[in-house]
Design a protein around this ligand. Structure first.
Ligand SMILES: NC(=O)c1ccc[n+]([C@@H]2O[C@H](COP(=O)([O-])OP(=O)(O)OC[C@H]3O[C@@H](n4cnc5c(N)ncnc54)[C@H](OP(=O)(O)O)[C@@H]3O)[C@@H](O)[C@H]2O)c1
Length: 265
């Protein structure tokens, strides 16, 4: 009889942008599952408490490092420090990302570049640096964070949508280029997830949150994404690469992100 293997116990996972929101949920979930996690954000004082909480409550260890994914040297220092602490890296989760909502004609060159830099170039920096070590050690798993905005057009999201669409194609291309190196590259595309980033960008607060068990809902939890990321990192997904898994409920008409933004078509 075959039993699926969802465990990542004893592995080392790097998660970017883990001081809050989805990244924090992914770090906590993987560490609770027995992985050692190396986590970063742009400020040591914001990432340290996450590592402390993980060390206290989870099976795996946590290393917190200040790192700006938009800066290649900063990423190189983060990964060097991770290898010193834990040795080879098994999993990379490119979570750091963000946006602001604006009509295309109002987006300045700086605003456009900031969204591209954070969501695309940041992922490229981390994937090239960690990918090199994975190739040397004989393989690994990479999970990228896209968005439903990378799959479907939404007004006000031209920069973010283009960036997250790029992440999906980057995932597909690397899956092909690195298949022979034992590196699986997959992607998750969340719908609306309640995080501090969403509260700030869209003004959607947590009182809107329904029970996690309820599928028909407009907004999800970080854990909903983290569970799928753990699956993609695990041996159970060993014959999956280059895929994008959409992680969203089924919002009722008139009860969706587009409705909240006044963007419903
Ligand atoms: N929430 C959603 O509805 C949703 C839906 C689809 C996709 N996503 C994607 O999921 C990911 C997480 O979203 P979220 O809502 O959890 O975001 P969030 O609440 O804004 O958190 C973003 C995290 O990234 C870190 N970060 C930002 N810029 C960084 C940089 N340059 N270098 C390193 N870390 C950086 C932040 O930490 P510091 O501020 O401490 O640096 C924070 O920990 C993003 O890629 C987002 O595009 C989110």
């Amino acid at each position: 009889m075959h039993t699926p293997e969802y465990s990542i116990t004893g592995e080392t996972a790097v998660i970017t942008g883990a001081s809050q929101g989805i990244g924090r949920s992914i770090a906590e979930t993987l560490a609770a599952g027995g992985a050692d996690v190396a986590i970063c954000s742009r400020a040591q004082e914001r990432i340290d408490p996450v590592a402390d909480a993980i060390e206290e409550e989870c099976e795996g260890s946590a290393l917190a490092v200040e790192c700006n994914v938009r800066d290649r040297e900063s990423v190189e220092r983060f990964i060097e420090r991770t290898i010193e602490e834990f040795g080879d890296i098994d999993c990379l989760v490119n979570n750091a990302g963000g946006e602001f909502v604006a009509p295309f004609e109002d987006i300045s060159p700086n605003g456009w570049n900031a969204v591209m830099d954070l969501n695309v170039t940041g992922t490229v920096h981390c994937t090239q640096v960690v990918g090199e070590t994975m190739r040397q050690s004989g393989g690994g798993r990479i999970v990228n964070l896209s968005s439903v905005n990378g799959q479907h057009a939404a007004p006000g999201e031209s920069h973010y949508g283009a960036a997250k669409a790029a992440i999906i194609r980057l995932t597909e291309t690397l899956a092909v280029e690195w298949a022979g190196e034992g590196i699986r590259v997959n992607c998750v595309a969340p719908g609306l997830i309640q995080t501090p980033g969403v509260a700030e960008t869209l003004g959607i607060e947590s009182e809107a949150m329904p029970p996690r068990e309820q599928v028909d809902r407009r907004i999800g939890y970080g854990e909903d994404v983290a569970d799928v990321v753990q699956f993609l990192c695990s041996p159970a997904a060993s014959f999956m690469t280059g895929e994008t898994l959409t992680v969203k409920g089924v919002p009722r008409p008139g009860n969706s992100m587009e409705h909240d933004l006044g963007l419903e078509r």
